[in-house]
Write a protein that binds this ligand. Structure first.
Ligand SMILES: NC(=O)NCCC(=O)O
Ligand SMILES: [Zn+2]
Ligand SMILES: [Zn+2]
Length: 485
């Protein structure tokens, strides 16, 4: 079996940095130590050898708002690898009335083109006996332990509180994790109608229709419902102090809640929506919208202090032509932005290079934490013997200016256009295959494999033990008074 050795670098994991070489055989790490030799040598001198990034939030070729997101599993995973991300987790989305297994079949048909490994979260977009029954198969046979619920997109993907509670209870029983898109969809729908009626039709009104309070309220509601159901909760795209505050408080009270900010919310702000160019503003329409500096500072502080756990992208890219469906009515602009290729360099530049986070924290929040939460650690998210050789050799001196002209994503713009980044992959390896070689893209369509993630991880087991212990019980009484006759 031929071997590859990454030589002369500093290994950086979620908790440790040390000098060592890494040998790879058969797609896995087989040895870590000094002076290793192999058939192929990758020079990591002056670079960090880190677990490849895991982006736990993508929407590739997703049917949404009357169209499909433009990056599919091929271009999306090519973009991911180019930026040092070696695994993506996409959302399999049943349409109303469609079974979960049927939706997974559709996702399987698309994902065969992936250049890197991938997994799915299952979305619960409606509630009924079929969903209840199929959840068991999804977890136990398909190895998908995370289920997303949309509290927004009223009339489309949104589920109500009774459905949330039913689904969360079922997940608690099956050892799954609940995820939420936390925005109060009823209030958003009312505000949208009011804004349109008042002549607020431009992309800036998208932000007006989704103030931070709608996110804070829904986050808190989801936390309380999850607590009553006894299920761990993962809140996607946390964009505001209001939502972060609810998560911070819940965690400090011992509730099992994780929060995921996006690189876009950390580095771009609401002024983008006030740009005089309609296209510029519409290209940045996503939910929740970009916020102000106060909210950004809160998200950074959450990552630094540990109250927020993971940085994702919610990569859901639409072309300018698709965004123009919403000319004259902001509510028809397809919601979503790209970021897969830029998450790691942007976070390094604005996080590590500014001193907000350490290189080890960078690895934790881009890879290791989510591998643990999703129950695929240490196959993913680790530099350890036996782990998959999903590795990025990170050159902290390499620089570029982000521009749509040189990106892998299929869309015609980039929301980070013109941003200078310092810190880029020298090599990206996906299960041992060198997919990025000093700036040259050598991806292999179809190389990606599905990553199974069993249910009943350690947090589920701990939480159900605790919930059993503290469950309401009848009080044993002696001397019960006789009822009067
Ligand atoms: N976030 C967004 O605007 N689009 C993708 C779908 C979602 O995650 O809500
Ligand atoms: Zn969402
Ligand atoms: Zn999303």
């Amino acid at each position: 079996m031929s071997s590859t050795v990454i030589k002369g670098g500093t290994i950086v994991t979620g908790d440790l940095s040390y000098a060592a070489d890494v040998r790879i055989e058969g797609g896995r790490i087989t040895e870590i130590g000094p002076n290793l030799s192999g058939d192929t040598v990758l020079d990591a001198t002056g670079a960090y050898v880190m677990p490849g990034g895991i982006d736990p939030h993508t929407h590739l070729e997703m049917p949404f708002m009357g169209t499909y997101s433009a990056d599919d599993f091929e271009s999306g995973t090519r973009a991911a690898l180019s930026g040092g991300t070696t695994m993506v987790v996409d959302f399999a989305l049943p349409s109303p009335g469609q079974g979960l297994l049927d939706a997974l079949q559709m996702w399987d048909n698309k994902a065969g083109r992936a250049n890197c490994d991938y997994s799915y979260h299952m979305a619960v977009t409606w509630w009924g006996e079929q969903v209840f029954d199929e959840m068991k198969t999804v977890i136990e046979d398909r190895g998908i332990n995370t289920f997303k619920h949309f509290m927004a997109y009223k009339g489309a993907l949104m589920v109500n509180d009774d459905e949330l509670f039913a689904s969360f209870n079922r997940l608690a029983e099956l050892g799954g994790i609940a995820m939420v898109h936390a925005e109060n969809g009823d209030v958003v729908a009312e505000l949208t109608a009011k804004l349109l009626a008042e002549g607020n039709t431009g992309p800036e009104a998208h932000a007006y229709s989704r103030p931070a309070q709608v996110e804070g309220e829904a986050t808190n509601r989801a936390i309380m419902i999850a607590d009553m159901a006894g299920v761990p909760l993962y809140v996607v795209h946390v964009s505001s102090e209001d939502a972060h505050e609810a998560i911070r408080r819940a965690r400090s009270l011992g509730k099992r809640v994780w929060g995921e900010p996006l690189i876009q919310h950390l580095t771009l702000d609401e002024s983008e929506y006030f740009h005089p160019d309609w296209d510029h503003a519409a290209r940045r329409v996503m939910s929740p919208p970009f916020r102000n500096k106060k909210h950004q500072d809160s998200l950074w502080a959450g990552l630094m202090s540990g109250s927020l756990s993971v940085v994702a992208t919610d990569h859901c890219a639409f072309t300018t032509e698709q965004k123009r469906y919403g000319i004259g009515d902001f509510s028809k602009i397809p919601n979503g932005t790209g970021g897969l290729e830029d998450r790691m360099p942007m976070l390094w530049t604005h996080g590590v290079a500014t001193g907000r986070i350490t290189p080890n924290e960078f690895v934790a929040i881009t890879s290791t934490n989510i591998a643990k939460i999703l129950n695929c650690y240490p196959k993913k998210g680790a530099i350890l013997v036996g782990a998959d050789a999903d590795i990025v050799v990170w050159d902290p001196t390499k620089e570029k200016t982000i521009t749509a002209g040189s990106q892998q994503s299929a869309i015609d713009y980039n929301v980070f256009e013109g941003h200078k980044v310092k810190g880029l992959p020298r090599f990206t390896l996906t299960r041992g295959h060198v997919a990025v070689h000093d700036g040259e893209i050598r991806t292999q369509e179809g190389h990606g494999q599905f990553v199974k993630r069993p249910g009943n991880g350690t947090v589920n087991r701990a939480l159900s033990t605790w919930k059993d212990l503290t469950a309401p019980r009848p009080v044993e009484r002696t001397g019960i008074p006789a009822t009067g006759v």
